[in-house]
Ligand binder design. Sequence first.
Ligand code: ATP
Length: 252
Amino acid sequence: MVIEIKKVSFGYSTEKVLHDVDCVFEGGGFYAVIGPNGSGKSTMIRLLNRLLIPDTGTVQVNGRSVQDYPRRFLAQHIGYVPQSGGSSANATVFDTILLGRKPHIKWAPGKSDFKKTVNIIRDFSLEHLTLRLTGELSGGELQRVHIARALVQEPDVLILDEPTSSLDLSHQIEVMKMLKEVSTKGITVIVAIHDLNLALRYADQFLLLRDGSIIAMGDERVISEQNLRALYDVEVQKVDVDGQSYILPLLG
Ligand SMILES: Nc1ncnc2c1ncn2[C@@H]1O[C@H](COP(=O)(O)OP(=O)(O)OP(=O)(O)O)[C@@H](O)[C@H]1O
């Protein structure tokens, strides 16, 4: 599934937040959207599944405007995990994750919906929490539950807004590895993320947003010292350790 943003501008009020944004997300890529606070990352990814509508320009899914698709189609094919994880009713972890199957269920969950739910719970090692209410979880546990719910939906495109923001180091790696794995199976993964080193390690395409405009897009070479200085006004060094690039901020 290919998603294309064509000459999109958007503002919540008269002031524009995105200016003439043009970019293509190809099927199976792992895209990291990077930029300072308020640069428009969340806004941009919310346009992809029609949570927001462009003021000008279009968002196209497989060559057709996203506005022309029925809601159910988008729910089946595009998964979205908002920044805060999204509100969920105070249901059990099991029911919350099972809800990810909702776009595929006619009137009641079938055997395969339960099986997929059990499998994803195992993949995320959430077995000990299945009967816990979501309101009783820690921020990181809840974030993993919401990512599991998005994965059980089996979308073609998975959009996540800062999916590792509440996670400890080992769970950050677990989640990014899992996203990498699903992208290798052909699912397009798009994450807004502040952690440049996690992005560099797992994503394969990078989109740099500054003040609502894309200043660079491409492979890991766009995460350059020069571009990061332009983005954050901070001096950094890009270093190589055993063939893997890392960004080292030079703290003043
Ligand atoms: N619902 C809203 N109503 C009005 N303005 C908004 C709304 N949501 C975001 N904005 C504004 O739009 C701009 C872009 O916000 P956005 O959330 O897209 O940035 P971001 O790059 O995701 O930031 P962060 O890294 O802090 O999450 C900001 O100036 C923000 O204040």
